[in-house]
Design a protein around this ligand. Sequence first.
Ligand SMILES: [Zn+2]
Length: 417
Amino acid sequence: MWVYEKELWKSGDIFVNEEKLLRRVAGYSFAVMLLVIGLSFALRYKEEYNVVNQERDATQMEERLYVEATPTMIPEVTVYPVESVVQDRHDAGEQVWEVWQMLSPESMSALLEKVSDRCVLIEKPSGSIAGWEIEENLPYYQITFKLYGAEENLHAASVLRMWNYSLFFGTPEEKEALKDFSVLAYETEEGITSEVTMTFDKCYIPEVTEQEEYYLIHLKKYSEVYDKIVVLDAGHGGKDPGAGAENYRVKESQIALKLLLYLKDLLEQNTDITVFCTRTEDVYPTLEERANLALGMEADLFISWHCNAAESTKRSGTEMIYNALQGQEDAFNSKSFAQLCLDKLTEALETKKRGLSDRQDLHIVRRATMPVVLIETAYLSNEKDLAILKDEEKLQAAAYAIYEAVLTAYERMEENN
Ligand SMILES: [Zn+2]
């Protein structure tokens, strides 16, 4: 039921002539020189900063050697509008090439062939390195790159970004997908571990390729990798059981999870739809995390399972909550999806059709930018409805009804396009 989730409204010319090109190259060269000077100051500052932080308790096995400066602490060295440079590279040849060589004299030629228009470049520290790993924290749009067993640590200036053919250093720019990052380095028995934690504007799938001088982290949107994405949510969970019946031996959180798992299996076994779930066990993700997942993945549909409860034991039936502000009126939207789900589910369960309800006060409904439905399956507080919710076969039938609604939804969305 929704009572628990009620919340207050929160404040809640590519072809340039030679002269032009030379001028531009001169401009870039000057900018690059400034950058190199700026970076050397930044690095010196960094070294001093690290020394201060090297004082430590030698008895600890794994301790923080350096608390790395956050990107805001290094002088702002920002955008290189290299779009034209990258474009011209193939036409104008060597003059522009020098700019790149100045940017990083090591192995930029090899690098440029490998770099995509959307990636992070982590400059390798000198000395030996044991290995690396990468971790995603999806609801927070975070990716952590961890380098371990190294002789030297990474620092904020090691993190470069290529975005829409522009190269960025230092503090993230507004136009970048990288919103924030920090570097943490500490000593272990195997050497120095550095963790670069990056926060983006949405979920990305990182693909790491190792070059001589850099680790390239290519970033792909989920919607570029997966053709169809549905995000499933089971309401409540963990510390929050939701509504209950029979002295909470029957919990809304458990029924919602069963429904989610049945639906997930149906979609995964019978379709090419990729399913992501806010939870698949008895835990409590915050409402923000649930909504973030669907938004960050740019899901096609967002479905949240719930059960209802009321003081009056007479009240019964199935209700769909939707976002009236989502989508265009004449296109397939949250309301059309909710109507589809209502028709299918009441037919399958033979419950009373209570209707649709626009609820802008519910976090996940309000924030959803894709067709969203919050399913109030039936009433735990009503005897007849409770019998349905306790019956595994009925729950499977309910999941099948929504599975069919999802298939119809995709057909309708394809017709619209
Ligand atoms: Zn609920």
